[in-house]
Design a binder for this molecule. Structure first.
Ligand code: PNS
Length: 166
């Protein structure tokens, strides 16, 4: 059992203020936290793996014990490779629970030593997801307060290349 380092995996497509909040809480609990950008085969990504890593790195640069990396296989294999037994996941609402519960149990079946720890989000981020955020932004909604400034710049570049930031 490797306890000193936790892995916080996710699609981070892109990282939001809700993710940053969870990373900050995890950083206060563990000596080291690795935020790991993994491909979720059920989601079509808006940003490349490299872009997601770069956005997350900039957004988390204020946390000295947090690093960002990526992996394309199974999460349990990644944990073995990184010598960690702890996975952090954020919980927003009860609706997250079923999917998270299934993943946690499947991962435990694959690697019995692995422990999934859930950190509850801040109430102000309980409605926030990368998916709805991209939808709202594409359709002209304001999302500036929901993402780190570097991510907002990247969203503008990707989805509104013609419109200068007012
Ligand atoms: O941010 P997401 O999309 O909810 O994160 C899901 C993610 C990437 C953590 C999950 O899909 C995952 O662990 N993918 C890696 C492949 C894997 O191990 N799948 C089995 C998990 S049950």
């Amino acid at each position: 059992m490797y306890r000193h380092k936790a892995i916080y995996p996710g699609s981070f497509d892109p990282i939001t203020n809700g993710h940053v909040f969870i990373a900050e809480r995890a950083a206060a609990l563990f000596d080291e936290v690795e935020v790991s950008v993994l491909i979720n085969s059920e989601k079509k990504g808006a940003f490349s793996l490299e872009e997601r890593v770069e956005m997350a790195r900039t957004a988390l640069a204020h946390l000295p014990n947090v690093t960002v990396n990526s992996f394309t296989g199974l999460l349990v294999d990644f944990l073995r490779q990184r010598k960690s037994s702890i996975v952090i996941r954020g919980l927003r609402a009860l609706s997250d629970f079923e999917y998270e519960f299934q993943m946690a149990l499947m991962n435990r079946k694959l690697e019995p030593e692995m422990e999934t720890l859930f950190i509850v989000t801040d109430a102000k981020y309980s409605y926030l997801s990368s998916h709805t955020l991209k939808d709202v932004f594409r359709l002209g909604g304001e999302v500036r307060s929901m993402v780190p400034p570097n991510v907002y710049e990247k969203l503008l570049e990707r989805f509104r290349p013609e419109t200068p930031d007012a």
